[in-house]
Design a protein. Structure first.
Length: 434
């Protein structure tokens, strides 16, 4: 076994996406020598040049640059190489779901095999990737034992501490959110706890098992999904009753035990529409969790139905979606409701156009839509506008240029209804049918 002071010196971060890179940069500025690994050569090259490939994360570029200058952060395309030089291995490789909502382990399984090949005796492995309960030990720990010949809790230590951060404020969240930590055994827990105390200097919540820590992260996402589904269900009912759900939520949430989320056109991103399936695929097949997924994924169809009820057939209609990203002010299309809307509109034989200031025209084309600049004269030929992600650029959008527009569907309840209706354009939203 390696000595304790040696243990807390060299860290490998496997997976250098927006969270992995931020973790690596923070660790590298808090007394650790960090080697990050990623299969993307462009990512590795940028980091080795002191450049953060992840944009719009306040403070990240400076951390990467400072660590590069201090020679405490480097990157490689070889997971085995990074792990072989490390005493602590932090794993932040994505686990997604397939098109039929089965758990997709392909990326993390490959990474774990590499980790097992490079693992040094006495090392600590911490998984931060959101996982179904039991996977840290039963899927990955056992695989590492099988390949490396080392034993969990004796020859290497195993912990789980889920990432709990939000895009565009990851560094801030790492400081302010308590770090939940679970270990395979007591020594694994204590080693991981000591590491995070120094590496992040944040509050820690030690839980009794790996499974508890895994369960807690998925439960957070299920809670939000269910809450949003409830708000969406109430929003549709408010439409039937001629009540404003926005006004209802403002009034209801003035009571300290009411925490209704905002309804909307759908739920997207890496977390909320994906992680509930980690429970569903492990046996939670009835009740609120699967129902919430169905309700939230149905909101795109509800939005299209509202437009059809007003305008009739959408065949050959020019329909512009504002926001390819799943939410405002980020460049992230994973599970975006825009993709559901595009598929539904194509089934209706509409002409689908997309505007998103975070994406290039070629990127939008790759997702199967026609890009449209707000400066393009073709905006005068748009029949319907759907607000999907309320980017800051849309706060000052002048709808006077949409001279042929018949209807605007405000999928996030953010636009100025009076300004739109004063232009003679029909305004629709989610849950505000007055």
């Amino acid at each position: 076994m390696i000595e304790r002071d040696q243990l807390f010196s060299n860290v490998a971060v496997v997976g250098l996406g927006k969270i992995g890179l931020t973790l690596a940069a923070v660790f590298a500025n808090n007394g650790y020598k960090v080697s990050g690994s990623d299969k993307n050569e462009d990512v590795v090259n940028s980091i080795n040049n002191g450049e953060a490939h992840v944009k719009n994360e306040p403070g990240l570029q400076k951390l990467v640059y400072d660590a590069h200058e201090n020679k405490t952060l480097s990157a490689t395309t070889s997971n085995v190489e990074a792990v072989s030089e490390a005493d602590i291995v932090v794993v932040i490789v994505p686990v997604l779901v397939t098109d039929d909502n089965k758990i997709d382990y392909q990326f993390i399984d490959a990474a774990v095999e590499d980790i097992a090949e490079g693992l040094q005796k006495g090392s600590l492995i911490i998984f931060e990737t959101t996982l179904p309960p039991g996977d840290t030990q039963n899927r990955f720990g056992k695989k590492i034992e099988e390949i490396s010949g080392l034993r969990m809790g004796e020859d290497f230590y195993l912990a789980y501490s889920p990432e709990r951060v939000y895009s565009n404020r990851i560094i801030e969240d790492l400081k302010n959110y308590p770090k939940v930590v679970g270990g395979f055994n007591q020594q694994s827990l204590e080693l991981a706890t000591d590491f995070y105390k120094k590496a992040l200097n944040c509050e820690l919540i030690k839980v009794s098992s790996l499974e508890t820590a895994e369960f807690s992260k998925v439960a957070e996402c299920v809670y939000r999904d269910v809450n949003i589904a409830l708000s969406n269900e109430l929003a549709k009912f408010a439409e039937e009753k001629g009540v404003s759900i926005t006004e209802v939520i403002n009034a209801s949430n003035s009571q300290p035990f009411s925490h209704l989320h905002s309804p909307g056109i759908g739920v997207g991103g890496h977390c909320i529409p994906i992680y509930p399936y980690f429970f569903i695929n492990k046996g939670l097949v009835q009740g609120l969790t699967p129902m919430a997924r169905e309700i939230n994924d149905s909101m795109a169809n509800h939005a299209i139905s509202k437009i059809e009820n007003r305008l009739g057939s959408l065949e050959n209609k020019n329909i512009l979606i504002l926001g390819l990203s799943y939410r405002e002010n980020v460049k992230e299309p994973t599970k975006s409701t825009a993709l559901l809307l595009m598929d539904l509109l194509k089934e209706k034989q509409a002409n689908v156009l997309v505007n998103d200031p975070h994406f290039t025209s070629s990127e939008i084309i790759d997702y199967g839509a026609l890009p449209l600049s707000m400066k393009d004269k073709f905006v005068s030929n748009i029949d319907v506008v759907i607000l999907q992600a309320f980017h800051k650029e849309y706060m000052s959008l002048d709808f006077e240029d949409f001279s042929n527009c018949k209807l605007i569907l405000d999928g996030r309840n953010k636009l100025n209804q009076d300004e739109i209706t004063n232009l003679g354009i029909v305004y629709e939203s989610i849950g505000n049918e007055i």
